[in-house]
Design a binder for this molecule. Structure first.
Ligand code: N7H
Length: 414
């Protein structure tokens, strides 16, 4: 079975709190960092077991993950068996459809990010306290390179991302972890998410077992620019979460909130685009019956959080973004090329997958080129809509490995 005391808490459950800080660091003094990793960071790392019950969760949750450059800095020479992780995300910008890297946060284009600390809590004050106490414990052994503060949106939009849609509805249930999957879902192998577990076919060092690759992307969202009338058809769900496939013409908040029904569809309910458009975001990223089976081996566990302020009155009036906001996207998978990267490059960006009706209107990216998509207009689903703006703009990110606690106290700190 899975060793839930050894697996970091964000991977299978998600450290869903009101606030989360992504603290990207560089290792400045290797020997001292290694010592403090075991003595000062390890005791604060939140495990999956701790996440299972609110009463065992610390006030501020903490996880840690390393980039390949971080492993290099720590003199860890074992290959983790993932070439995308090895090369880093900057090398992948073109494959991911980003229009170059001029929109990238400068720190993500350099070589200084060795790892990321993920702090999650109910308040910013709690997080700031945890950060300052960790910083003083770490002293000069590490330096802050960049940080991004995430926050759940204010009521009544908590749990909704900045376009307004309920998020976190569909994450794969995992063998040996999820006792009873929701209607419409079936368990995936633990090895799709965790390295070294059943169903992971990579070659990994023993110490990596129970870890997972963490993909981080800072995805800016152009909220006032989105034509809201087609929003639900772009996503494949209404703002409440109700699936367009089951309720094509109007939102149905009761359905959206019903965990026994809001995943219970396969896309076989309609054969044309009168239900869910073929290219809708949730269909592109999890095609269900479009591939004949849901057992596609391309599942990711999503654990992101919105960042940036609410849309201001000025922005709404001008239909133009002036202050950056978006999604601090996090996904976990046992192989980046089967998970995030496959979904982005081979499915979302493709004009052809799965029915030839254009790229994903939310995240599909053609290096900035215009995107032609059918199915968005409910009154004529064969009509082509030309999207001249990307509503989601990549500001870059990095590929990390979230190690098991046993590696934090062992391989990585010795
Ligand atoms: Fe997506 N959105 O608000 O439009 N996503 N996503 N995503 N996404 C999902 O099912 C969104 C992004 C997946 O199993 C929902 O929990 C936004 C990337 C997958 O049915 C909503 C951004 C990738 C699913 C959004 C963004 C994915 C999913 C419905 C960027 C991978 C589950 C809520 C700013 C490459 C599909 C839910 C399933 C769902 C939105 C990014 C993948 C509302 C705004 C980069 C696998």
């Amino acid at each position: 079975g899975l060793n839930l005391d050894d697996i970091q808490g964000d991977i299978l459950i998600g450290m869903k709190k009101m606030k989360e800080l992504f603290y990207f660091f560089g290792i400045a003094d290797v020997a001292s960092f290694k010592t403090k990793l075991a003595t000062d960071i390890l005791p604060l790392i939140t495990t999956t077991t701790q996440m299972l019950d609110n009463s065992t969760q610390p006030i501020t949750l903490l996880n840690i993950a390393f980039s390949q450059r971080g492993l290099d800095a720590l003199n860890v020479s074992d290959s983790l068996g993932d070439s995308d992780f090895f090369n880093g995300q900057f090398e992948d910008a073109q494959n991911l459809g980003d229009p170059g890297t001029t929109n990238w946060v400068p720190e993500f284009t350099g070589t200084g990010i060795h790892g990321v600390l993920l702090f999650a809590s109910d308040t910013v004050v709690n997080i700031n306290d945890a950060v300052s106490s960790l910083e003083s414990a770490m002293g000069n052994s590490m330096t802050k390179v960049y940080s991004l503060s995430g926050a759940a949106r204010p009521a009544p939009n908590a749990g909704h991302e900045h376009f307004g849609f309920l998020d976190g509805i569909s994450n794969p249930p995992v063998n040996g972890f999820t006792p009873s999957p929701l209607a419409g879902q079936s368990n995936v192998s633990a090895g799709e998410i965790l390295v070294g577990e059943d169903g992971d076919f990579g070659t990994r060092p023993d110490w990596a077992k129970g870890g997972s690759f963490l993909v981080f992307r800072q995805l800016k969202q152009l909220v006032p620019e989105v034509r809201t009338s087609f929003g639900a058809r772009m996503v494949g769900r209404w703002k409440s979460g109700a699936p367009v496939e089951l309720s094509p013409l109007f939102d149905d908040p009761v359905l959206g909130a019903d965990r026994s029904r809001n995943n219970d569809f396969t896309f076989a309910e309609t054969t044309d685009q009168s239900g869910c458009p073929f290219g809708a975001h949730i269909r592109k990223t999890r095609p269900r019956i479009d591939l004949g089976t849901d057992d596609t081996g391309r599942h990711i566990m999503r654990a992101g959080i919105p960042y940036g302020p609410e849309v201001s009155t000025d922005e709404a009036t001008e239909n133009t973004t002036s202050t950056e906001r978006g999604l601090a996207f996090v996904s976990y998978q046992s192989t980046i090329g089967n998970g995030f990267k496959f979904l982005q490059q081979t499915w979302a960006n493709s004009q052809f997958f799965a029915h030839g009706q254009g790229p994903d209107p939310i995240i599909g990216a053609l290096a900035g080129a215009e995107r032609d998509i059918t199915g968005l207009d409910p009154t004529d689903t064969t009509k082509t809509t030309k999207l001249t703006t990307d509503f989601v703009v990549s500001r870059g990110g990095e590929y990390f490995f979230s190690p098991p606690l046993s590696a934090i106290s062992g391989k990585l700190s010795i």
